[in-house]
Design a protein around this ligand. Structure first.
Ligand SMILES: *Cc1c(COP(=O)(O)O)cnc(C)c1O
Length: 404
């Protein structure tokens, strides 16, 4: 029996609102107390910021954490601290948010795009190995959607070639690889606290590391080049003011207390949705190996096959699914190298060598994911109940029946 689709004015398959961010009176009180204390800023009264940094480092099993204004600047701090020089090549995936690659440009370095794995949508270790040249300095693996990259393979490549590894863990707060928190495996882990992320204060970012020298440099860069024990108006390094406020820090401390339980809930819902999708035609979850001890499903991604939906395009399907009330989206429209920034080489003052040319870059798996295959269900929906996961599956079946 065919039901009228919500996109055509029919009733929605899913009628629940999935709220994000999650907060209660204790968050409001914590921020209110800071406001009333008058100690809003970091350098004079860094107590809440330092406290959250210690909490986050401990949570990740890392020695140090340094907050900063967002999860893009955090990548830049990591790259500069790792000692990149103009013209160095940094290997990145093309299926990620722009700043994974544009932060590289902002360091006068060259992003080298290598393809993702079709089963995980994470950067392919074989493709990394094939792209290494004498100029390669670092790899930025992105734990896409919260699914851990193949870190054993990536760390092995880095060791053999003397490369730095900066984990872009903007999607991966609380997620694990072989029981280790993501971000704690490479030289530096970088996180975002922007409003859509699994841990948020509206805006914000953080880097974690075990390395004393990287810690000291990233701290200095975050604080206009000041150094530990230096004078207020003495500046040693080319940093900027990337500090967060005390209001953000208390909010993050409160939110961090909820993170582990939220991550487990998303993980369990993701496993359940996988089971439901395996019994359906035309929707295939990405694969997760034994090494994924905890997935935080910042994005639950599945691959869509139009042949099981009467030839309906992925874009039309994604619009219908969203209209049915499933918080979902078709994802990135293009691999990053297709962005005008790279195609037109709008590098402005940045010292990118003239020979760099993105017009011929082509990563087939990322192209296919962007154009035809990927559908995203967003993290706040993954905080729902088991019945909600069943309702998502039902919404897909409703569309399938209607268009077949
Ligand atoms: C969100 C995001 C960033 C940037 O974080 P902002 O805090 O928004 O600057 C970097 N990398 C990835 C993969 C992201 O999703």
């Amino acid at each position: 029996m065919k039901e009228k689709l919500a996109i055509n004015g029919g009733p929605k398959a899913v009628n629940k609102e999935f709220l994000w961010p999650v907060y209660d009176a204790s968050d409001v009180n914590a921020v209110t107390e800071i406001v009333q204390s008058g100690k809003w800023g970091n350098p004079d009264c860094a107590d809440e910021v330092a406290k959250f940094e210690q909490e986050f480092a401990a949570y990740c099993g890392s020695k140090y954490a340094i907050t900063c204004v967002n999860g893009s600047v955090s990548l830049r701090l990591a790259l500069i601290a790792c000692g990149v020089k103009p013209g160095d090549e940094i290997i990145v995936p093309p299926y990620t948010f722009i700043t994974t690659a544009s932060s590289v440009i902002e360091c006068n370095c060259v992003p080298v795009f290598v393809d993702i794995d079709p089963d995980t949508y994470n950067i392919s270790p074989e493709a990394i190995e094939a792209a290494i040249t004498v100029r390669t300095k670092a790899i930025i693996p992105v734990h896409f959607g919260g699914l851990a990259c193949d870190m054993d393979a990536i760390m092995d490549i880095a060791k053999r070639h003397g490369l730095r590894v900066i984990e872009d863990a903007a999607h991966a707060h609380g997620a694990e690889y072989k029981s280790k928190k993501l971000g704690s495996i490479g030289d530096v882990g970088s996180f975002s606290f922007q409003s859509s992320k699994n841990l948020t204060s509206g805006e914000g970012g953080i880097v974690i590391t075990d390395d004393d020298a990287l810690y000291a440099m990233m701290r200095s860069l975050r604080n206009v080049g000041r150094i530990e024990g230096g004078q207020w108006y003495d500046h040693y390094n080319p940093g900027c003011n990337y500090r967060i406020t005390q209001m953000q820090a208390v909010l993050l401390s409160r939110q961090l207390k909820r993170l582990e339980a939220q991550t487990k809930k998303r993980n369990d819902n993701g496993l359940y949705l996988n089971q439901l999708f395996w019994d359906m035609n035309g929707v295939t979850p990405l694969s997760r190996s034994e090494a994924i001890t905890l997935h935080c499903y910042h994005i639950y991604i599945f691959k869509y096959d139009p042949t099981a939906f009467g030839g309906l395009s992925r874009n039309d399907f994604a619009a219908m699914l969203s209209a049915e009330g499933v918080p979902s989206f078709k994802g990135y429209p293009h691999p990053l190298y297709k962005q005008p920034l790279f195609q037109n080489k709008n590098f402005m003052c940045y010292a990118i060598p003239d020979h760099v040319d993105y017009s011929h870059v082509y990563c087939p798996v990322a192209e296919q994911a962007c154009a035809n295959d990927a559908v995203w269900i967003l993290q706040h929906a993954m905080l729902g109940e088991k019945e909600d996961m069943e309702a998502f599956a039902h919404a897909i079946l409703k569309i399938q029946r209607a268009v077949s």
